[in-house]
Write a protein that binds this ligand. Structure first.
Ligand code: ADP
Length: 267
């Protein structure tokens, strides 16, 4: 069945001969696709009732004068949780879209410094609210191949995480530095914080969906556990790499690379 066999492993066995294992990956791929479509459909179906719940609760809160203090505080909790579920469904849909390649990367040449400035502009409100100090290091003006919306989303997400998890032990607001440096035929984008850091045993796994070092803390700060999984997909679709370097208690640097536009030759 040419085209159906995905993975072939051969191993010699004692006494001569060999064992050849051929894995037909097609049913697995089909099952994964069905699962992704199911998640996308469920997320989509949850959107409308969630919008309705939030809408009615907001209307009730607007009529505060007719509410008892207890009703008011319960409505705040309902609204907070409905917003959390909305964020989760939005992130699940975004992940399903990148995984199913519905949002295929459509890279065009863009200046690296421009991408950084756009990402900073998109998180400005959040950074101001958190009291974080955001600064920029070297910002290369090299042109990279990038789907603007997707890469700005990745970078904004990393900056958002840095402001969330970047608080120092004594609770001082985060100091976050963003840079873009040319490295051979790539540009390295880096987001550095001086916060809680990540233990070495978690470094690989935090790019998995729903993997969180500290579930309670992530929930408290409004995280969904999907941001880095989405980021990894987007960067790999761009032929880049994403990783993190971190010292527990001293801070983390999230780094991703994008190919220089000049390194792309027309087919
Ligand atoms: P979340 O929505 O929970 O932030 P992410 O996928 O963005 O989900 O991140 C996954 C986990 O990685 C987080 O829950 C957190 O434990 C860890 N993490 C991400 N960014 C940082 C950071 N800058 N410093 C420390 N831990 C981080």
């Amino acid at each position: 069945l040419p085209g159906h066999i995905h993975d072939v492993t051969a191993a010699p066995i004692s006494g001569g001969g060999a064992v050849i294992v051929m894995r037909d990956a097609t049913p697995i791929e089909r099952a994964e696709r069905t699962q992704r479509e199911f998640i996308a459909n469920v997320s989509h179906e949850l959107r409308t009732p969630l919008t309705s719940i939030s809408g009615y609760v907001e209307t009730l809160i607007d009529h505060e004068e007719s509410l008892s203090p207890m009703a008011r505080s319960f409505l705040d909790i309902i609204l907070k949780n409905a917003s959390r579920m909305t964020r989760l469904t939005e992130d699940l849909l975004a992940l399903a879209r990148v995984e199913n390649r519905e949002d295929a990367a459509n890279p065009v040449p863009l200046a690296a410094d421009r991408i950084v400035q756009d990402a900073i502009a998109s998180v400005r409100g959040l950074v101001v609210d958190s009291g974080a100090k955001l600064s920029t290091g070297e910002l290369s003006k090299q042109m990279v191949m990038a789907s603007s919306d997707q890469i700005v989303q990745v970078l904004s997400n990393l900056i958002e995480n840095a402001t969330r998890y970047g608080r120092t032990r004594n609770g001082d607001p985060a100091a976050v530095e963003v840079s873009a440096t040319q490295d051979g035929d790539m540009v390295r984008f880096a987001v550095r914080d001086h916060g809680i850091g990540i233990g070495s045993e978690h470094l690989q796994r935090i790019f998995e969906r729903f993997y969180r070092v500290d579930k309670a803390r992530s929930r408290e700060t409004g995280g969904t556990g999907l941001g880095l999984a989405i980021a990894k997909h987007i960067i790999e679709e761009h032929n880049g790499k994403i990783w993190v370097e971190s010292d527990l208690g001293a801070g983390s640097t999230f780094i991703f690379t994008l190919p220089l536009a000049a390194s792309f030759s027309a087919p």
